[in-house]
Design a binder for this molecule. Sequence first.
Ligand code: GTP
Ligand code: MN
Ligand code: MN
Ligand code: MN
Ligand code: MN
Ligand code: MN
Length: 205
Amino acid sequence: MCKPMASGQLSRAEALACSGCRHACHVMLYCDTNTLLFGSIPIRHIVLMQMRFDGLLGFPGGFVNLSEESLEAGLGRELLEELGVAFQILEEDHVDSCFAPASSPASSTSPRLITHFYTKKMEEGQIRAVETAAVTTATDHGQEVLGMVRVPLHSTKGGGGLASFLSHSFVGNARFQLLHTLLRLHLVAPEELREALARSLKIQA
Ligand code: GTP
Ligand code: MN
Ligand code: MN
Ligand code: MN
Ligand code: MN
Ligand code: MN
């Protein structure tokens, strides 16, 4: 799920063998729903992302210290901090691991970052409980995390919805992780996703 054409993808075993690397784990929590937006637009799924302290959109999760915790235990700890809910993320929820794109020339001297991505399907009630806990019990609310957001998966007649969401700024390759996962899990039809992506690039320009 790394950037297309980039050779940044690693197997889980290769990633874990890189002890000199920093590791971070993030997860896409989602569910099916029958909820109608404005009583008429079937949204079909709820997908959660977050507004980060730095103004970028990303998935919940964070840095994991492999000398103290496993990838999944570290992700569970981050989710408790950021969402206020104790989760058990399993190895089977792991999607892929890849080298983070280099962000600045200065970062070439610091250890490389490997980001691990997970997806977890939940019940709608659990997703709603996460949304509530994220603003009530999560210690990082208002600190690292400014709020959880649902990704608008629909497209409005005026070309808004998913296209407008995609035109925002994302951390690392979170935008690509989102697009790839929506496609892979059949949460948005390929042609709808392609159209929204094309429109988002026009909005950005
Ligand atoms: P601190 O406790 O402040 O260090 O934050 P954190 O542990 O919650 O880390 P964070 O979630 O910021 O993730 C660590 C790094 O991973 C970030 O600096 C980004 O480079 C990258 N990152 C953050 N979110 C995402 C995401 O959704 N997808 C990807 N691919 N990378 C991300
Ligand atoms: Mn209103
Ligand atoms: Mn965190
Ligand atoms: Mn985080
Ligand atoms: Mn952290
Ligand atoms: Mn922190």
